[in-house]
Design a binder for this molecule. Structure first.
Ligand code: T1G
Length: 695
């Protein structure tokens, strides 16, 4: 039968037609793929010799969804709906043959097929919610008709990829083919369908499970409650729920109308545009100019960690989780034993939650060996120090590592702000020195700032970025400067928050504004959580700052039941009159006339300097691209993904001209902390976006 177009080929095996799609990298439903399906099914079904059709894909995966790069562009050729109608109304059975990940529009295409066959390694899902969307090609109407509304609600609001075996149990897949023999298995299944004269099973006509849920609004109300906290601020999860509700309460075609109406609202809205930006930013962040697949990598088979405290222990777990043996060094036996015990307890807690087995606990703790002898690091390929944040201490460690570690070993520091060039300068191998800045808790937080020092070699950078991916992190390559990228930007917000409470706002005002903006918590609640006495010493305290006074009063945060807030036995925070009086007292001492400060001013004063600092980071070359800064703040500090990250938010949601104007206004009123970055002024003056300026 031959080629349909460049991405679709039609062949036959006896009475079974096989339509093969091949559109790398993931067979996304671009215009040619949609045309290939439409024309290929049409041609095969029109051939009287054909008794069934198998729809299969070459390459790494079955269709992984609509082509996200086409969003916002005028669609050409047959629509996805046309292609689906061609399948669903074909005169012969169409069988989807699934490998890899059938996702989004890909699964929606498979759901219009009459049967689905998959290999055990395959997974199916409707992850549109992660793009701020909902399945817009009938997925919200067909999925609950197979798996029932409860499972459908779970799948569409989490975007989870369900393994084929589970799909089989749920009826989402009709048969599992032998691994590696999908084509043969799908054709054999098709022959069976023909031989047994099985019906043209249309999912849209399977109403049993949705009708059974009719008159049970509690299914949806209880589900809404169960995800409320996790989905705070997001639009898409609620719209997904409304579509599943429509599938239960309305006939199929009316349910489809609800789905299309809500899909259109989301796909044209701000949140989805931001989340699609993040989808691509998470893939761009791995691309480092000058490093490619030919850059040599250093094999990392054994890792050494210095320090068995919170950070050292958490970092060690990342490598053990990836099956890499770890030698963890502490100066004294007692803290070493404590550190190892904490690691085991963390694993046991994870096992109690059912996320890993007790066997995993034994395997992973077995991979982490403790010692008080630094010489045990001699055969490590990578050593990461996670000791006290003091330059002398770190330089001493690196002098020792320079003597102990084998040639070619990578020497990394977990410092969150110290100058890594200074650390590297005490070694004879500065090209092997790099920063691996983990975020606490290191075994949980996804972000890793990979900090290149002046002399760090390309091999060490390439190895570190690959290793980050291997241990499940998302890594951004950043440059040496105070606070690197994440904390440098955070410092801007902290400074303004502290000034705002002296000028008239209260900590709970600032926290509320930033929480409502979508951050997990505001700066003062965060300080109470972390402990106000981090880095504070009673003997040095002079009562010169609000924090000093609070610590001196033993109001050191949640752990003492009081900090900026008062806490009840369940750690529920309430604003404190004592703190309010202390703050007002400080305003008076500093002769600051307190005034009412609007929520909008609080937001702009905290957020715009963060954006401005991002511009300075870019012009100094301390981050490769603006979207890397977005990735840092989303994954390291909880910036709401539906606002795209600080740089995206400034450019696409607020508008750089407005950010600049506000910075200039604040500079006049509050001084040079608000001096606009030259690059921000340039972008506004030339009317250019950050990507047009090369960032
Ligand atoms: N469209 C366009 N390009 C895509 C794509 C997509 N859907 N998915 C992946 N790519 C590109 C990606 O940018 C990268 O490009 C390369 O493929 C490899 O991806 C109507 C509206 C499939 C699990 O949300 O989850 O269907 O960087 O690095 O880690 O209801 O990609 O190489 O140039 O991620 O092996 C719904 C999104 C869309 C799935 C593979 N589908 N993709 O992961 O590789 S909306 C999704 C993924 C929709 C319908 C709605 C993953 C993956 P480059 P990768 P991976």
């Amino acid at each position: 039968m031959g080629n349909i177009n460049d991405v679709a080929d039609l062949s036959t095996e006896g009475e079974i037609a096989v339509l093969t799609l091949n559109s790398p990298p993931v067979n996304a439903l671009s215009a040619p793929v949609r045309e290939g399906i439409f024309e290929g099914i049409k041609k095969a079904a029109a051939d009287s010799a054909v008794k069934a059709i198998v729809l299969i894909c070459d390459g790494r995966t079955f269709i992984a969804g609509a082509d996200i790069t086409e969003f916002g562009k005028k669609p050409t050729g047959p629509s996805l709906f046309d292609a689906q109608d061609m399948i669903e109304n074909a005169s012969v059975p169409v069988i989807a043959a699934i490998h890899g990940t059938a996702l989004g529009g890909g699964l929606e295409v498979a759901l219009t097929c009459h049967y689905r066959v998959a290999v055990p390694s395959a997974k199916c899902g409707l992850p549109e919610v992660n793009l701020g969307l909902l399945p817009g090609a009938g997925g919200t109407q067909r999925l609950p008709r197979i798996v029932g509304p409860e499972k459908a609600l779970e799948m569409v609001t989490t975007g989870q990829h369900v393994p084929a075996k589970k799909c089989l149990e749920m009826g989402l897949v009709d048969e599992l083919a032998e691994e590696g023999k999908l084509r043969e298995g799908a054709i054999a299944f098709a022959k069976k369908v023909v031989a047994e004269n099985r019906p043209l099973k249309k999912v849209r006509e399977m109403n049993g499970k949705v009708e059974a849920a009719r008159g049970k609004p509690e299914i949806f109300e209880n589900f809404r409650k169960s995800i409320a906290r996790k989905t705070r601020g997001f639009l898409a999860p609620e719209y997904n729920i409304q579509c599943i509700e429509a599938a239960v309460n309305k006939p199929f075609d009316e349910g489809i109308k609800v789905e299309r109406e809500l899909f259109t609202k989301l796909v044209t809205g701000e949140q989805s545009a931001a989340q699609r930006h993040v989808f691509f930013a998470e893939r761009q962040v791995w691309k480092v100019p000058g490093i490619d697949k030919d850059t040599k990598r250093i094999p990392i088979e054994k890792v050494g960690i210095i320090g068995a405290g919170t950070m050292g222990g958490g970092i060690s777990m990342n490598f053990a989780n990836a099956g890499i043996p770890v030698t963890i060094v502490e100066r004294d036996q007692a803290p070493l034993d404590k550190g190892l015990a904490t690691i085991r307890k963390n694993y046991e807690n994870t096992a109690k939650k059912g996320r890993i087995s007790m066997d995993d606990v034994e395997k992973r703790t077995g991979l982490i060996q403790g010692t008080t002898d630094m010489k045990a690091l001699a055969d490590c390929d990578l050593v990461i120090e996670a000791v006290f944040e003091n330059m002398d201490v770190k330089q001493d460690i690196f002098r020792q590592l320079d003597e102990i570690c084998k040639p070619g070993a990578i020497l990394a520091t977990n410092t969150s702000a110290l100058d890594i060039d200074e650390i590297a300068s005490v070694t004879k191998r500065p090209e092997a020195v790099i920063g691996l800045h983990f975020f606490s808790p290191a075994n949980v937080m996804r972000l890793l700032e990979v900090v290149r020092a002046d002399k760090t070699s390309k091999e060490v950078i390439a190895t570190s970025m690959d290793l980050a991916k291997k241990i499940g992190k998302i890594a951004a390559l950043v440059g040496v400067c105070p606070g690197f990228v994440g904390n440098r930007i955070l410092a801007q917000r902290q400074r303004e928050a502290n000034k705002l409470i002296l000028e008239g706002a209260m900590p709970w005002d600032v926290d509320r504004v930033l929480y409502d903006f979508g951050l997990p918590m505001g700066p003062f609640a965060m300080s109470d959580l972390a402990g106000l006495d981090l880095g504070w010493r009673k003997e040095n305290s002079k009562g010169e700052t609000i924090r000093d006074v609070l610590c001196e009063m033993d109001r050191r945060g949640q752990k003492t039941g009081a900090g900026f807030y008062d806490y009840d036995e369940n750690r529920k925070a309430t604003p404190s009159k004592i703190v309010e009086d202390i703050i007002k007292d400080f305003s008076e001492k500093k002769q600051i006339q307190r005034r009412d400060i609007s929520d909008q001013e609080i937001l702009e004063r905290c957020v715009y300097p963060m954006i401005n600092e991002g511009f300075k980071i870019l012009e100094e070359g301390k981050a490769i691209r603006a979207s890397d800064i977005d990735i840092v703040w989303i994954n390291g500090y909880g910036w709401p993904v539906y606002r795209g990250g600080p740089m995206y938010y400034g450019e696409k949601i607020v508008g750089l001209d407005k950010v600049l104007a506000k910075m200039q206004e604040f500079q006049k009123a509050h001084g040079d902390d608000f001096e606009p970055a030259a690059l921000l002024e340039k972008a506004v003056k030339e009317g250019k976006s950050l990507s047009e300026l090369g960032y």
